[in-house]
Design a protein around this ligand. Structure first.
Ligand code: ADP
Ligand code: MG
Length: 340
């Protein structure tokens, strides 16, 4: 029998490959694999479901991630997927696999973070599973949300002429990670040296304590705004814009000058000899929302806080392009993160 390395397909290719022979049989399954969350119709009100798994050594390093922050973040990244459907999360389940390295006190810390997220976002912890693991910690969270059928927003609804919008600064979480990795290396080489993270609260905060944009979904409701397509920025702006374009069968023109990047992220990028826009495009983990709106709605968003217009949707044949600050047009490449 042939043996194909999973790396030949990449993460998204592998998901497509594994799920290709699963036709949807249930009329209540409105959306299966391929968006931020699945959608199930309960007769008017829909249930929206999303799962994410965080694995020690792949998604987090306990050398610099406090367990409480890890608990918080593992919930937030799932809630973010529910908001990305224009829905509101209501419940979560949490499953953990733990090695005997973890004490009850350590797990209490993890759950203090999970509780803080439940309090902040008003969701209930309603179940999960607990298992032992030979090594390390794995956390899997499932978020369950609700939305009226007509208010759901998919990745597939963008049309040529729509405007591309972003809800906040990008690249910060990636730079926070670079900073934490660098301090870890220094600490490993010189165990006496205390980490020097003073003045880097912004980037570290973006990495260790991300928030999901519940406030934006509320803003959309209050202003009668329904994006035509939406995704949360988990893999990096480029990769996530690609997902919208692929599912919507459109192209895009992204304006570098329209991509919001925090001043501290700009400075930090320069310190690391990185281009800030590269961090925004390929960094990921910012958990802002990337969405498109019909141009007739531009007046509705113009005066709303935290909405940055960063480009336009094009026909598919026009490709996916970046217009740099220098006025050069590049093909946008979706690198994102491949976790294998
Ligand atoms: P996100 O980044 O929004 O969390 P992912 O990229 O993880 O989304 O997943 C993309 C889609 O593929 C989602 O619809 C998800 O439910 C689905 N998916 C991911 N892994 C699997 C799997 N092993 N089996 C079935 N569906 C999967
Ligand atoms: Mg997502």
């Amino acid at each position: 029998m042939e043996r194909t390395d999973v790396n030949t397909l990449g993460e998204f290719g592998l998901i497509e490959h594994l799920t290709r022979d699963f036709p949807l049989r249930q009329p209540s399954t409105i959306k299966g694999v391929g968006d931020d969350a699945a959608v199930i119709d309960n007769g008017g009100l829909c249930t929206v479901v999303s799962t994410d798994m965080l694995v020690e050594g792949i998604h987090f390093d306990l050398a610099y991630v406090p367990l409480k922050h890890l608990g918080y973040k593992s919930v937030v990244v799932n809630l973010s997927d529910i908001y990305a459907m224009n829905a509101f999360p209501r419940q979560i389940t949490v499953s953990i696999a733990i090695s005997n390295r973890f004490s009850v006190e350590a797990l209490d810390e993890l759950y203090a973070g999970i509780r803080a997220a439940c309090d902040t976002y008003g969701v209930d912890l309603v179940g999960g599973d607990t298992s032992s693991s030979p090594k390390g910690l794995t956390i899997s969270v499932t978020a369950i949300g609700q939305c009226e059928k007509e208010k759901l927003v998919y990745r597939s609804g963008a049309k040529a002429g729509d405007l591309i919008c972003i809800t906040g600064d990008l690249g910060g979480a990636y730079l926070g990670l670079q900073l934490l990795e660098r301090e870890k290396r220094i600490w490993q080489e010189n165990p006496g040296v205390q980490p020097d993270l003073e003045g880097q609260k912004y980037a570290i905060g973006r990495q260790l304590k991300p928030e999901a944009r519940k406030d934006m979904i509320e803003t959309f409701r209050q202003n009668g705004l329904k994006p035509t397509a939406m995704i949360d920025v988990s893999d990096g702006l480029a990769s996530d814009l690609f997902h919208i374009c692929k599912q919507s069968k459109v192209g895009a023109l992204l304006e570098e000058s329209g991509v919001p990047i925090h001043q501290e992220a700009q400075l930090l990028a320069l310190k690391f000899k990185l281009d800030p826009i590269t961090c925004a495009l390929n960094g990921g983990e910012d958990y802002e929302l990337l969405f498109t709106i019909d141009p007739k709605d531009v007046e509705k968003v113009r005066f709303l806080p935290d909405i940055y217009i960063a480009g336009e949707i094009l026909e598919a044949k026009d490709g996916i392009k970046l217009n740099t600050k220098g006025g050069n047009l590049h093909d946008l490449k979706a690198q994102g993160w491949v976790h294998f």
